[in-house]
Design a protein around this ligand. Structure first.
Ligand code: HEC
Ligand code: HEC
Ligand code: HEC
Ligand code: HEC
Length: 490
């Protein structure tokens, strides 16, 4: 496992360059954040406090004694694969601070403060036992590839440097009673799948789902029967987890006299062989299911597993963090196809990561769910996506600065600038919307969010349609600048 992924620096450099082109905004915005800023008082922290009040996410109080099970240390120093000259000499404390900041922006919504995780939602990855079993390369691959069919979306957009910082941060907390385990990443066990199935049903199914599907089945454990998990772990990783358990989580040791079920190693082998079989069966359904109608009930389940961490209960969003996607005006302006493409392609440079891994059926279910939520005073808005307006970007600059920058960022970079509005100057957003989508948003606003109508006498700024065309022209230029700047930023 470790050796497979050792590549030559040249290949990596080319890979990163290509990724930076594909995910340019993130390269520019996330990687270049000042090390000294935003770690203590970032906007995400504010958001977390808010979510503790009205969202489903539990957040532990900052500054409390960190629980011992999340402490980890004494691991070999992670070896950065590729770092520019300027990064190489950074003291560890700076890398840890940067890792913490990246973790806060990209991971905390699910893995929680100090990476303690939340049972039934996202595993603890600051866990002593997890960190002793997982190599840096394992964590790296998990972040890069995600776990297909779970909320753990792939993040090919994060640079090697950023991954190193996150891993260094995870490994930086001091550990009580450290354990040392070495995992064999090559060894394959043979066993009896049928006997394994029997034991799985008796000892594991209640917590990991009858098909190993994990959280999506409403159980406390992860999707250990899903191909995304099984393709990253070795047989021995699973065996060692069964011996060790995960301190501080419901996952107890199962093998040996200290084990919950006093299983033998050979029982473990049977279980592993059975899990491998489950993995082959659990390959997600094909996209040909597209024609199938979405089901709002199933959609709620998919939504709760994949989207709720950011978009909150019922998709009501959180200002400064993730927009409301059950919003009356949003749903009137956004077509199903628009929502589908946003889910598939994400919004590069923001926390909205692409989800090419979700089955069409799941995506259609989510859309059906969003559309099924009750709406007061529904409105109907027609967006003509074929229209293009001919505004003046130079005129638009002053108007954008005056009316929009405070909420969307000087360069339209959105939440990452610590402002309440999303990244409307980013290439990912601009590529997915028509001029008329933006115009109609300016006319209509987004009810019950800080985004008010701006055009006409009901609008807060009494802008004319021509003003709006100028602002749209300015946004289009911004999108190119952001994309171009990112490519040039190489
Ligand atoms: C939207 C929620 C979400 C976000 C955001 C998220 N994760 Fe995850 N992560 C999960 C879930 C759910 C799993 C477990 C999936 C499964 O196997 O069932 C997981 C699994 C993992 C694992 C494997 C843990 C194990 O026990 O094997 C690692 C490592 C990990 N995530 C790291 C990260 C990092 C680093 C980030 C930020 C860059 C991140 N995740 C962002 C939801 C999330
Ligand atoms: C009481 C509930 C419970 C039972 C029973 C249970 N597990 Fe777990 N298991 C969990 C939880 C919860 C986690 C994730 C730990 C966390 O949240 O950080 C986990 C994690 C794991 C992991 C690591 C997954 C990863 O993403 O890295 C493996 C492997 C695993 N369990 C295998 C098994 C097997 C095999 C059995 C049956 C012998 C079993 N578990 C029984 C709750 C359980
Ligand atoms: C008071 C703060 C504020 C101001 C001023 C503001 N916006 Fe917004 N805008 C928001 C918020 C917040 C949202 C996201 C709404 C939500 O949470 O659902 C938004 C959403 C939008 C969207 C939809 C984005 C998407 O992802 O679909 C567009 C387009 C937009 N604003 C354009 C503008 C323009 C152009 C201006 C200047 C004329 C402007 N906004 C001024 C706060 C503001
Ligand atoms: C890790 C956080 C996160 C997760 C998980 C997430 N999103 Fe998002 N989403 C965002 C952010 C942040 C934005 C706004 C990005 C921007 O600045 O344009 C967004 C934007 C969107 C938009 C565009 C809204 C608009 O106003 O134009 C849609 C639609 C959307 N997300 C749907 C989903 C769905 C469906 C899921 C689950 C499959 C999901 N998202 C999961 C963070 C997330």
């Amino acid at each position: 496992m470790k050796d497979n992924s050792v590549r030559t620096p040249v290949k990596i450099a080319v890979g990163i360059w290509v990724l930076a082109l594909l995910y340019p905004a993130n390269w520019l915005l996330t990687d270049e954040v000042d090390y000294d800023e935003g770690v203590q008082d970032s906007r995400v922290t504010d958001g977390d406090e808010q979510s503790a009040l009205n969202g489903p996410i539990e957040v532990s109080v900052r500054g409390a004694e960190p629980p011992t099970e999340v402490q980890a240390a004494g691991r070999p120093k992670p070896k950065p694969i590729l770092q520019p000259e300027s990064e190489r000499k950074l003291p560890e404390s700076v890398v840890v601070a940067k890792g913490k900041q990246l973790f806060t922006m990209n991971c905390v919504a699910c893995h929680q403060l100090d990476a303690v995780g939340k049972v039934g939602f996202a595993p603890s990855i600051g866990n002593r036992d997890f960190l002793s079993l997982a190599t840096d390369e394992f964590i790296r691959q998990t972040i890069r590839n995600g776990r297909m069919g779970t909320a753990m979306a792939p993040r090919p957009d994060l640079s090697e440097q950023q991954l190193t910082a996150i891993i260094t941060y995870l490994r930086s907390a001091p550990v009580a009673n450290p354990v040392k385990v070495s995992v064999d990443w090559e060894k394959k066990f043979t066993g009896d799948a049928e006997a394994g199935a029997d034991k799985y049903g008796r000892y594991c199914a209640a917590c990991h789902g009858t098909k190993g599907e994990g959280y999506a089945a409403g159980v406390p454990g992860t999707g250990i029967g899903l191909p995304g998990f099984l393709s990253t772990v070795s047989d021995d990783y699973i065996l060692q987890t069964l011996k060790l358990g995960r301190i501080g989580t419901p996952m107890q040791p199962f093998i040996g006299s200290r084990g919950l079920a006093n299983l033998t190693e050979s029982d473990g082998h049977d279980l592993i062989v059975y899990l491998r079989e489950l993995g082959r069966k659990n390959v997600p359904g094909s996209d040909r299911e597209m024609a199938v109608k979405g089901d709002p009930k199933r959609g709620k389940l998919h939504f709760d597993v994949n989207c709720i961490a950011c978009h909150q209960a019922d998709g009501k969003g959180k200002v400064g963090f993730a927009p409301s996607i059950r919003n009356r005006d949003f749903l009137a302006i956004a077509s199903d196809d628009f929502i589908r493409k946003t889910i598939r392609n994400g919004r590069p440079g923001t926390a909205m990561v692409p989800r090419p891994d979700l089955a069409f059926q799941a995506v259609n279910d989510i859309i059906a769910y969003l559309r099924s939520l009750p709406i007061a005073n529904p409105v109907e808005i027609n967006v003509d996506s074929t229209l293009t307006f001919k505004g003046d970007p130079e005129e638009g600059t002053a108007k954008y600065t005056k009316y929009c920058a405070a909420c969307h960022g000087n360069d339209g970079e959105g939440y990452l600038a610590g402002v309440p509005g999303p990244g409307i100057g980013l290439a990912g957003f601009l590529k997915s919307v028509s001029d008329d989508y933006i115009l109609q948003t300016l006319r209509q606003g987004r009810i019950a969010t800080p985004m008010k109508p701006f055009i006409g006498s009901k609008g807060i700024a009494n802008l004319t349609v021509e003003d709006a065309h100028d602002i749209i022209a300015r946004l289009r230029v911004m999108g190119e600048e952001n994309a171009g700047g990112q490519a040039a930023g190489q």
